[in-house]
Design a binder for this molecule. Structure first.
Ligand SMILES: NC(=O)c1ccc[n+]([C@@H]2O[C@H](COP(=O)([O-])OP(=O)(O)OC[C@H]3O[C@@H](n4cnc5c(N)ncnc54)[C@H](O)[C@@H]3O)[C@@H](O)[C@H]2O)c1
Length: 251
């Protein structure tokens, strides 16, 4: 078991990639704080881990709220005494809206969940990791964080920003044995959807490259990458952006 005794926070753990990561980390011996804006989903995943003989707590929390971010980290400390791994996975889509057709509330909502959320969680967890003498942060970005045509303006900007945050944290805290890496998945079979009625123009532009997608991944294939980054096997991997897209961006 690669994560025996570690304590891991996973946000957006109630569905899709986050759920697969929470379950995989638990199978590898980690104690899990499964946080999700949908409390019932978070508790279901935590219950599944406990039923399988693991340790987990399910928490309803909005990563975009500073108070909730603090509560997530405080709950990990209260229940398990420490935080070894923070996986910022919660994220939402932007209806593929291009900049000229992005209402300010859509922009702010997407940036808050996809970028401010990970920042808030990192800001809460880092002081703890510094006191503990190390830690691991994994940010779930997207190929939309590397390329310009994979989503709308807000999602694309948020995931590019998340990669910047990842590299900054990685460099700043490298001497303190904190590793921070990003995963950029291509399409994964989850419940994420487009975030509402798609913008027809944005969707048509995005679809130009969609025919090049080799296939759609299962969430467990992303969880396997997250496990590697969380484990000691990745001890010298810091500030990396790991693309897991089946070769889509290789074209
Ligand atoms: N599915 C894909 O094709 C794909 C591709 C690239 C990147 N990603 C990224 O992977 C991550 C997970 O996506 P998924 O496909 O598993 O989606 P999903 O919708 O299946 O799961 C996301 C979970 O996050 C939760 N969530 C949403 N807003 C939240 C908030 N403010 N606070 C806490 N929890 C919140 C949702 O309730 C949901 O349970 C996202 O960051 C997404 O951008 C997904």
């Amino acid at each position: 078991m690669q994560l025996e005794g570690r304590v891991a926070i996973v946000t957006g753990a109630g569905s899709g990639i986050g759920k697969a990561i929470a379950l995989r980390f638990a199978r590898e011996g980690a104690r899990i704080v499964a946080a999700d804006i949908a409390p019932d989903r978070a508790e279901t995943v935590a219950g599944e881990i406990v039923a399988g003989g693991g340790e987990a707590v399910g928490l309803g929390a909005d990563v975009g709220s500073p108070e909730d971010a603090a509560r997530i980290v405080a709950s990990a400390v209260e229940r398990f005494g420490r935080v070894d791994i923070l996986c910022n996975n919660a994220g939402i889509m932007d209806r593929m809206a291009p900049a000229a057709e992005t209402p300010i509330d859509l922009w702010e909502r997407v940036l808050r969940v996809n970028l401010t959320g990970p920042f808030l969680l990192c800001r809460e967890a880092l002081p703890l990791m510094l006191r503990q003498g190390g830690g691991v942060i994994i940010n779930i970005a997207s190929v939309g964080g590397l390329q310009g045509g994979r989503a709308g303006a807000a999602y694309t900007a948020s995931k590019h920003g998340l990669i910047g945050l990842t590299k900054n944290i990685a460099f700043m805290y490298a001497p303190q044995r904190i590793r921070c890496n990003a995963i950029c998945p291509g399409p994964v079979q989850t419940a994420i959807g487009l975030g509402g009625e798609p913008n027809a123009f944005g969707l048509s532009r995005m679809q130009l490259g969609a025919t090049l997608m080799p296939r759609i991944a299962q969430p467990e294939e992303i969880a396997a990458v997250a496990l590697f980054l969380a484990s000691d096997e990745a001890s010298f991997v810091n500030g990396a952006v790991v693309v897991a897209d089946g070769g889509w961006t290789a074209y």
